[in-house]
Design a protein around this ligand. Structure first.
Ligand SMILES: [Zn+2]
Length: 389
């Protein structure tokens, strides 16, 4: 069981201001113990009194709330973007910032840019000091050590001391996780998967990955590689993947594969919509495929359906394997929307065991591009609230 202080702070974060009696009741802790803990938390400027509670009869009790100066930073490093959000103690957004970036520039330049963005947000008044910082990176992470581990698309980042450096720079506890895991954490905290204890969050972006919640906790695996479904073989006769294997899911679908297939369809003229786009911009993107499909272009629709079927057949295997109670689809290609979702659903429902899919929602992410920063801020709050007062 977690320390009482941690449980009190998380309860206030999730429920808002409560009276001392309510806190003791909810956590099933003895009242004197709660009073002693709260006194310590008030002294440490982590909670404060917030005015009278609604009367339950008898003497009116006083609400306590999390300190209004508490701030967390959530940072989501993607392959091609940096997203930052500053939140208050309840994880409500206070300020946010996004810009395109290239993770291949390496850890020094990238983290320096993160520091600059945070310094700007500080100057703008978003925070005085940070109580915790969470950061997601697009590759496997040793959660325990706070370092990326052999990340395939992040040259120079292997075992780079991300947690240690950020923690020193910002003088607060830091947590480092995989970018798909933080999206799963975010969606469970503030999105469509609220309070769902067994959950798969599938990110379909440039690549494909899966965040896993089991029994109410993220499951990362002993090496931080759990959920790396982009490299599950989906077609033994498929193309060679960036990892060197053949027919990986990610080599068949995802932003990079879709752009490749769209280019073929544009050049050959099979897709009039893509050919038209290509003639103007000399390039085609996943968004062009989505737009083409919305206009009814048959090949664009087929590209999305084929991809959805590939993803669905891998997910069907996972459903039979761990029996999740929800699957959330997120990431940039979730923008392909309902054609993609319908295809994934139909394959999952057809291929999984009926018992496992009897009541299984397969839905789009509610937080969209914010899922990562929200999840990073959740992890930041957990590591901060676990620090002794
Ligand atoms: Zn692969």
């Amino acid at each position: 069981m977690a320390a009482p202080q941690y449980r009190i702070l998380c309860l206030l974060r999730d429920e808002g201001p409560l009276s001392r009696a309510e806190i003791a009741d909810r956590l099933e802790l003895p009242r004197p113990r709660v009073l002693a803990e709260l006194e310590r938390l008030v002294t440490g400027q982590r909670v404060r009194e917030a005015g009278p509670a609604a009367s339950r009869g008898g003497r009116r009790s006083t609400l306590v709330e999390l300190h209004p100066d508490i701030r967390f930073a959530g940072v989501d490093l993607g392959a091609t973007s940096i997203d930052v959000e500053i939140t208050d103690a309840y994880l409500e957004p206070v300020a946010s910032y996004s810009e395109p970036a290239d993770i291949r520039r390496g850890p020094k330049a990238t983290l320096h840019r993160v520091d600059e963005i945070l310094a700007k947000l500080h100057t703008d008044g978003a925070y005085g000091r940070l109580s915790g910082l969470g950061i997601g990176v697009p590759g496997p992470v040793s959660f325990r050590d706070g370092v990326p581990v052999s990340p395939p698309i992040m040259p120079g980042w292997d075992r780079y001391p991300v947690r240690e450096l950020l923690s020193r720079e910002h003088n607060c506890p830091v947590v480092v996780d995989n970018d798909v895991n933080i999206m799963a954490v975010g969606e469970r905290f503030g999105g469509v998967a609220r309070a769902t204890d067994n959950l798969l969050f599938v990110k379909i972006g440039t690549g494909i990955g899966c965040g896993i919640y089991l029994n109410g906790a993220p499951y990362r695996g002993p090496d931080g590689c759990a959920g790396d479904i982009g490299h599950v073989q989906a077609d033994p006769n498929g193309p060679v993947c960036s990892c060197g294997n053949v027919g990986c899911l990610e080599a068949l679908f995802g932003g990079a594969a879709l752009a490749r297939d769209a280019l073929v369809a544009a050049r050959s003229g099979v897709s009039p919509a893509l050919a038209e786009r290509f003639a103007v911009t000399n390039a085609v993107t996943a968004k062009d495929v989505a737009d083409g499909a919305a206009e009814g272009d048959v090949s664009c629709i087929r590209l999305i359906r084929d991809g959805g079927r590939r993803v669905g057949s891998v997910l069907a295997g996972l459903v039979s394997f761990i029996n999740p109670s929800m699957i959330v689809i997120g990431g940039g290609l979730a923008g392909l929307g309902h054609i993609l979702l319908a295809e994934i659903r139909s394959v999952v429902y057809r291929r999984s065991l009926p018992l496992a899919t009897g009541n299984l929602p397969v839905v789009l992410s509610e937080l969209g591009p914010r899922a990562g920063v929200v999840g990073a801020a959740v992890l930041a709050s957990e590591v901060a609230y676990d620090e002794p007062s």
